[in-house]
Design a protein around this ligand. Structure first.
Ligand SMILES: [Zn+2]
Ligand SMILES: [Zn+2]
Length: 287
């Protein structure tokens, strides 16, 4: 019985250490498999995106580690890919040419300012508000709808292996001051997106980063969305979105317990080169 994690960053994007430091920690805590998913490189990407010049080295370094540690842990090469129509997506040429084991498709950018800068949903609230006011005329509903619309465009046109932190935009809605997650229009957006996830055979990650960073009480996605995911029998995967070696399995125990209590029976893992479903409990996946 052990954990897996496929959402992780290194110094190639906004993680703190070289890839090997994460591998050594993953081995020390007994992970069965570990995947690297640094932020995708593209021209115009923000500081936390990988510099396009580093992509080749990143892929080579992970492949060397894969071989070096193969008797101790299974390592996989991936990227957390942004989606900006006609700019970057999981099916961009340089992503396909990297021959990745998996992609995590995540929406971090929602809209473009008149001066060409991208509006980020993941950064400081002030920056989000600037986008809300300048791009969406202060219309919160329009902005959130666009966020989910972009997610569906990505799922439809450039289907990733895994959908990253689905409702992360909620971090900008602290205390529900911008919208209610129980409002019908919001639930409709979520439901339409989940139906497409199901139709496309994409895995939804349950991401613990918001919890252990003290930003959210529930994982991404929220419990209400997880209930729908369970009802629709969409496959899930537990990921930590680790930026530090010490974050590799953070929040797993409590979140696995929550999922189990909600009635989830299995979660997906990439082992022996294939995605398969495994039973789990609060101590890990049962291999
Ligand atoms: Zn992300
Ligand atoms: Zn991430």
């Amino acid at each position: 019985m052990s954990w897996t994690n496929y959402h992780s960053h290194t110094h190639y994007s906004d993680g703190k250490f070289e890839p090997e430091a994460y591998v050594q920690q993953a081995i020390a805590i007994g992970l069965k498999a570990y995947g690297f998913s640094c932020h995708s490189p593209f021209e115009g990407g923000h500081g936390w995106n990988m510099n396009p010049d580093r992509l080749k080295n990143y892929c080579e370094e992970i492949l060397v580690l894969k071989e070096k540690y193969k008797s101790k842990i299974q390592l996989y090469l991936g990227l957390e890919v942004d989606f900006i129509p006609d700019v970057i997506g999981p099916k961009s040429a340089h992503i396909l040419e990297s021959h990745l084991d998996f992609t995590i498709g995540s929406i971090h950018y929602t809209g473009t300012f008149a001066d060409g800068r991208y509006c980020e949903i993941d950064g400081p609230h002030q920056f989000f508000l600037e986008g809300l006011n300048k791009i969406y005329g202060g219309n919160v509903k329009l902005m959130i709808r666009t966020y989910y619309q972009l997610m569906r465009e990505m799922l439809e046109q450039e289907t990733p292996t895994i959908l990253g932190h689905m409702d992360k935009i909620k971090i900008q809605n602290e205390g529900g001051h911008l919208f209610g997650e129980d409002e019908l229009w919001y639930q409709n957006e979520v439901e339409k997106t989940l139906d497409l996830v199901k139709a496309k055979g994409v895995i939804i990650e349950v991401n613990t980063r918001g919890i252990y960073k003290g930003i959210t009480i529930e994982p991404y996605p929220s419990k209400a969305i997880l209930e729908q995911i369970n009802a629709k029998e969409i496959p899930i995967m537990l990921n930590s979105d680790a930026h530090l070696p010490g974050e590799i399995d953070k929040g797993f125990r409590d979140t696995a317990k929550l999922l189990k209590n909600m009635g989830f029976q299995q979660m997906m893992a990439l082992v022996d080169g294939k995605f398969k479903a495994f039973e789990f409990n609060e101590n890990g996946l049962i291999f």
